[in-house]
Write a protein that binds this ligand. Structure first.
Ligand code: IPE
Ligand code: IPE
Ligand code: MG
Length: 220
């Protein structure tokens, strides 16, 4: 199955503790590691897509954006070990051409180093926005002179696989431009837990709930 998560609430987590927002992002990275290794060990999960930076997140103060870019670079450098030890393939969706050349290089080398791994594909959504993704996909369809059909549009998306389960942390009940096409028939879960407090135990509970849901896809 394809699990997608909107990791939200890092700033509020830090604020509640009197820390700067950056502290919440640092704690958030540790949760990414825990959830990713859990998913690699769970044979039911094939793809884990994590919303890490949206096309709208550039609106944040320059200092926070800069911190997040640096954190991502450090994360990839440090986690290469985790990807290799846990047989995880790393992929990216979104337009990374807006990132610094060194960060782009780090992303490409991490992808290359993990491309044959099989237990899980971890996809980071980086400078990702669904409207941007769909627009780019339609452009590709037109450029390749393919017929404009739902199948051809989907094939040309950064993420061509439909989402089965979407989780958003922090209590917000919105999708914030994440995988709009791919969640057409996804089951959705919203938890009040802030991302830095999210655990594999809570994910396990949500997965049990998910299994009880009856998915009809428009049928009866
Ligand atoms: C999610 O946490 C992480 C990113 C969007 C990078 P936030 O930074 O949005 O935290 P809140 O929502 O302000 O608490
Ligand atoms: C969505 O969270 C983006 C990521 C988790 C990367 P935001 O915190 O940016 O979303 P809004 O602004 O609350 O909708
Ligand atoms: Mg937020």
């Amino acid at each position: 199955m394809h699990l997608a998560i909107i990791m939200d609430g890092n700033g509020r987590w830090a604020k509640q503790r009197g820390f700067p927002r950056t502290k919440g992002h640092q704690k958030g990275v540790e949760v990414v590691r825990e959830i990713t290794t859990y998913c690699a060990k769970n044979p039911e999960i094939e793809i884990l897509t994590l919303y890490a930076f949206s096309t709208e997140n550039w609106k944040r103060p320059k200092s926070e954006v800069k911190f997040l870019m640096k954190l991502l670079d450090k994360y990839l450098q440090k986690e290469l070990k985790t990807y290799i030890q846990n047989d995880i393939k790393f992929e990216v969706i979104g337009d990374i051409s807006k990132f610094s050349p060194s960060l782009q290089k780090r992303i490409l080398t991490t992808k290359e180093a993990t491309k044959n791994n099989k237990s899980l594909t971890q996809v980071l959504a980086l400078n990702y926005g669904s409207k941007d993704e769909i627009t780019r996909a339609v452009k590709k369809v037109v450029q390749k002179k393919e017929k404009i059909t739902p199948e051809n549009i989907q094939k040309n998306l950064d993420m061509p696989k439909d989402v089965d389960l979407l989780i958003r942390t922090s209590g917000e009940m919105r999708v914030s431009n994440f995988l709009l096409w791919q969640i057409a028939y996804a089951e959705m879960f919203f938890t009040k837990t802030l991302w830095p407090d999210f655990t594999s135990e809570e994910l396990d509970k949500i997965l049990k709930e998910f299994k009880k849901r009856e998915r009809r896809f428009g049928g009866i």
